[in-house]
Design a binder for this molecule. Structure first.
Ligand SMILES: Nc1ncnc2c1ncn2[C@@H]1O[C@H](COP(=O)(O)OP(=O)(O)O)[C@@H](O)[C@H]1O
Ligand SMILES: [Mg+2]
Length: 628
């Protein structure tokens, strides 16, 4: 048996209440909702008038009326007909009936179109707002959440809200048409109608428990669907490993377990709806039978009136049923809305500050971390402590250290993705504050170990980084990144569409393309975070060559745990457990008899390599200075 599955949710699924949903709908779609409601009222009115015409019609056909209410209806009808200059004949009454019902059907079409527009518009706006909230959060918050929870909210949850909204309007039209039936029925026999409606309402209220089951199932569905999304994302991302372990069946079992849970939620919901329906139907038939007895045996209503009332009751009863269906669908959707709203609220609370008047930033002299400390959790030492680091413009600065030493954290601090808890990040001695953040990031070209490329052409991927780049600039970027030769050999050159995540390229090619993309921006600072670490030595050498060629022309921060690649860096910072423990250039760091850097070099056999790697001139750097 598979072990009990647990979806590690980073955000709890929320309840969602009807009022916040309705008020959001009203805020977004107020005018359209008002129009749709007015249309539904018009529908109700035309339906009512159409129904009222049935009485004179039956009389004209020869049915016996004579009861007070129906006579007065006929009286009003003939007055109205006289007013528009028509005699009350079978043909004219039928003609008017056809006209009224045509209007009714036209209004129905309009109302349907409108409610679909509202439904889709509301869902689209909701999705848009959620997406904006997600992309606007600070980096730390984003990394703390499972991306699949966001995917789920943006897709399945918004779809459910959309469906629920459609049901809401269906229910709204249903209620108002019901009102028309009830009003006409009241005109004909107040007592019986009142009794029928009362019984109907009692019936619906008797379903409270069933309704709360719908809500519970909706909540479970939200949570389990999220779990399913999480698993799917994980499994697909790790497919290569899964296959190489021959572990498809194990994944299949995990997936089936989650899938079955989702199915159970749906089955539970549908069963609940069906048993509600059973109750409503049986209840309705009992009410109908009672009404019939009252109409015929007790009230002795004349034939035409009884017939019309009967017709009305037969219409009213199923309306109750479809109303409960719509209502349950709306209730079932509320947790999805609550979930979307909750994620949006959390993201908004963690949004990066937006500044009305952003300032320009240009790097002239240096980027500096001055006594910067940052830890990921209040009670942990992970991160960096009291880091002092200078990145001089035009120079190549390397940050080295073993895995988990805090190198990427330093890069994130330099990019302003995370804010120091102590100390400051300075650009040309000016603190990097919210006003400068956006402009600063526009100055940065970033290449990480994991490249991400769009499923689009090479050109589109490059232009994404800098939409204004000319063709020549794109080519220059490719050339600098040593990517021009392989791009030329692609079937459509720069117009070649890369597969999902760029899978049609080798790791080295993707990395060179990522470097080209960063260079197309003409960045003030190029940050390479383990950019060559996952490459084979041939590809590493090629990119290394490209980087060496850039050396001197552009500010580079090279982060790596592979020491051989930073031989020519102007300054090297050695990081260990979040602290900078040594700094200097290659020669000075390796010249003393001891030192952590030297140890690392020896461990990696980096010293033995000859100085053949690059043509770049060896530059004089600062002498070694151990940092406390
Ligand atoms: N988003 C994060 N949340 C919590 N801890 C993190 C996060 N990112 C990194 N860490 C922790 O901070 C430390 C430094 O990580 P990192 O800067 O990525 O190291 P490096 O890049 O040198 O391998 C590690 O102990 C790591 O587990
Ligand atoms: Mg790292």
């Amino acid at each position: 048996m598979s072990k009990k599955l647990r979806a590690p949710l980073s955000l709890n699924v929320q309840d969602g209440d009807l009022w916040s949903y309705l008020s959001a709908l009203w805020n977004d779609e107020g005018a359209k909702v008002a129009l749709a409601t007015a249309l539904a009222a018009c529908l109700s009115l035309t339906q009512g008038v159409g129904l009222l015409l049935l009485l004179p019609l039956l009389q004209l056909v020869g049915f016996n009326t004579g009861q007070e209410a129906s006579t007065s209806v006929t009286h009003y009808a003939s007055t109205a007909f006289a007013f528009i200059g028509l005699p009350l004949t079978l043909v004219t009454v039928l003609g008017v009936y056809v006209v009224i019902m045509t209007i009714y059907f036209l209004l129905t079409r309009w109302q349907n179109n409108l409610s679909y527009t509202i439904q889709l518009d509301f869902a689209t706006k909701l999705r848009q707002k959620l997406y904006r909230a997600i992309v606007s959060t600070n980096w730390l918050f984003f990394t703390r959440n499972r991306a699949s929870a966001f995917t789920h909210a943006l897709t399945a949850e918004v779809d459910r809200v959309s469906y629920g909204t459609q049901q809401l309007f269906q229910g709204l039209a249903g209620v108002l048409v019901l009102v028309a039936y009830v009003v006409v029925a009241l005109l004909l026999s107040a007592v019986t109608t009142a009794a029928v409606v009362l019984c109907g309402i009692v019936l619906i209220f008797g379903l409270k428990n069933k309704i709360s089951v719908s809500r519970e199932k909706g909540k479970a569905l939200s949570a389990d669907m999220r779990g399913l999304y999480g698993a799917v994302t994980e499994h697909l991302d790790g497919m290569k490993t899964v296959k190489s372990y021959g572990a498809q069946e194990r994944n299949m079992a995990r997936f089936s377990g989650l899938n079955a849970r989702v199915m159970n939620d749906y089955v539970g919901y549908v069963r609940n709806i069906n048993s509600t329906q059973l109750l409503v139907n049986v209840g309705s038939i009992v009410i109908l039978a009672g009404a019939l007895i009252a109409l015929i045996d007790v009230l002795h209503l004349p034939g035409a009136t009884a017939l019309v009332l009967l017709y009305l009751f037969f219409q009213i009863i199923p309306q109750f049923n479809s109303l409960q269906l719509s209502y349950q669908a709306v209730i079932n959707m509320l947790p999805s809305f609550g979930n979307v709203l909750d994620i949006k609220t959390r993201c908004d609370a963690e949004a990066e500050r937006t500044i009305a008047r952003p300032r320009q930033v240009t790097l002239q002299r240096r980027v500096e971390l001055r006594d910067v400390s940052f830890s990921y959790a209040a009670d942990s030492q992970s991160g960096v402590q009291h880091a002092n680091l200078k990145v001089d413009a035009g120079k190549m600065t390397a940050i080295v250290g073993s895995s988990g030493a805090g190198k990427s954290t330093l890069a994130d601090l330099i990019m302003g993705l995370i804010e120091p808890q102590e100390g400051a990040v300075l650009i040309d001695d000016v603190p990097l504050d919210a006003e400068r953040l956006h402009a600063w990031r526009e100055c940065i070209g970033y290449v990480a170990q994991e490249t991400f490329l769009f499923n689009d052409t090479v050109r589109a991927n490059l232009l994404w980084a800098y939409p204004d780049a000319t063709d020549d600039e794109l080519r220059a970027g490719l050339h600098l990144a040593a990517a021009d030769d392989f791009v030329e050999q692609l079937p459509d050159g720069m117009e070649t569409v890369l597969g999902d995540r760029g899978v049609r390229l080798s790791g080295g090619e993707r990395q060179r393309l990522a470097l080209a993309r960063a260079l197309v921006r003409k960045p003030s600072v190029l940050i390479l975070d383990e950019a060559t670490s996952s490459l084979d030595s041939e590809n590493e050498r090629r990119i290394q060559g490209a980087i060496e060629a850039l050396h001197g022309g552009i500010t580079i921060v090279a982060i790596t745990h592979r020491l051989s690649t930073i031989r020519h860096a102007d300054v090297i910072y050695v990081l260990e457990d979040g602290r900078i423990i040594e700094t200097g250039d290659w020669a000075s760091l390796t010249s003393g008899g001891n030192g952590r850097f030297l140890e690392l070099c020896k461990a990696q056999n980096a010293l033995g390599e000859t100085e053949d790697a690059g043509a770049a001139p060896k530059k004089a750097g600062p002498s070694v200075s151990p940092v406390g």
